[in-house]
Design a protein around this ligand. Sequence first.
Ligand code: SAH
Length: 515
Amino acid sequence: MDRGKVYLVGAGPGDPKLITVRGLKALQRCDVVVYDRLAGPQLLQETRPDAERIYVGKRPDRHTMKQEEINRLLLDLALEGKVVCRLKGGDPTVFGRVGEEAELLQRHGVPYEIVPGITSAIAVPAYAGIPVTHRDMASSFSIVTGHESPDKLDRTIQWDKVTNATGTLLFLMGVAKIGYISEQLMKHGRPASTPVALVRWGTRAEQATLTGTLGDIEEKVRAAGFEPPAVIVVGEVVRQRETLKWIESKPLFGWRVLVTRARSQASELAERIDDLGGEPYVFPVIETVRQQQPAEIARIHAALAEAGSYDWVILTSVSGVEHFWAWLAETRTDIRRFAKARFAAVGPKTAEALLARGVISEALPAKYQAEGLLDSLGGQLAPGQRALLPRGDLAREVLPAELTKAGVEAVELDVYENRLVVQEDDTLAEMLANGEIHAITFTSSSTVVNLLEALRRIGIDRPAEKLQGCVVACIGPITARTAEELGLQVTLTAEEATIESLLEAMTKYRAASRV
Ligand code: SAH
């Protein structure tokens, strides 16, 4: 029989970029991914669309799978011939029970690989500005489980040895035992003034840090109602945090931001959000596809055959440029046949896309929307001219109407169609319900319409209501109007219709709401 294979992969502490290259490759090629709560949900988007996803973590409403059952599941899947990715939080060998999973596979002769990950024990403090070692403060560190009951802790941890080490102590799974842990450390000689930090959900939007000393940390944890999962750091290195709080000082830190635009355009926005310290969550609700309707295709052919007759070619989106050029190629129309035409772009990105194809756009409108284009072209338009408008099927009517008013013949071509995309996503509904999506970006009216529809299709009733707690960020007034009409409360609108301007408005708003 065809034997499968199991990759036992460390997912890192939560930030989806903190997985190894080898781990990511395993995830991308697997037939099944078996995951739990500590492996970041965004990593699941890296799997093939047809890959099966099996959640084996805790769920309040259901029976939680025991370790033996998980071991058995991995084995069975592999015996069915599947390539399995067992995704585990942090590093699989650090309190990850990878030994038990691997042992059963080994016994049955199923091939497996252990792919290390970045353990939360090191990465989580690092994201809170605490390096686990330091030339002058700590020359070693120990990673200790705080999971056990006190008497078992006493048997497994040699408190006197742990305590006497000069190095940093890192406790995982220890929040509930913080009182007992600090008491033991003090009893065995660590001064009550020793700095302590608890970092919850490190490397994620929810990252939160509580600092204190061995003497007062239990009280502080109780007072703050500080909940797991957290890494507990004990030692002088905690003092570094005051100077090294790097990620927390970024403008969008603490925000998980939903990115709704087409996957092909989402990554740029997602990267910028990430740069600014936010956590992008990409959920594309739209995609553009080449025009498919025979009648419209015939119009495209006819229009391109008259290339020499146009005085203007006006492009209103990057997709418009891309698809227009694809049609030129398809119909073997040389761009030089538009010899008479001047090109105009709405927006700097569209102009850049033109420039990349060797065409310089006429003056850009100040506001980057259709209304502005006519102002900025003003004097150059003359009655009797012909303008070609290659665009998408959802393009607005303002531009052709205004051109017509100016006596210019506007030939609209739907070179592409916008389609609704509904990405399967179990975690998004959960995050929305828990208030874990902090902001939503809309970069066109169609992203608003489609998001609400996509949410309905993944089982969320009255989606506009569910989005009420989120900051709604719109790229321009038209998008904002659509959002309002559909029952959303728009929090902010970009001054100029660009991604940069949208991000600027978001950072400003965030700064004001943080103080
Ligand atoms: N194999 C994992 C640890 C599993 S034990 C690793 O190497 O990171 C689970 C414990 O890890 C949690 O109780 C918590 O103490 C810690 N942990 C994992 N991810 C964390 C995160 N993002 N923030 C804080 N603590 C985390």
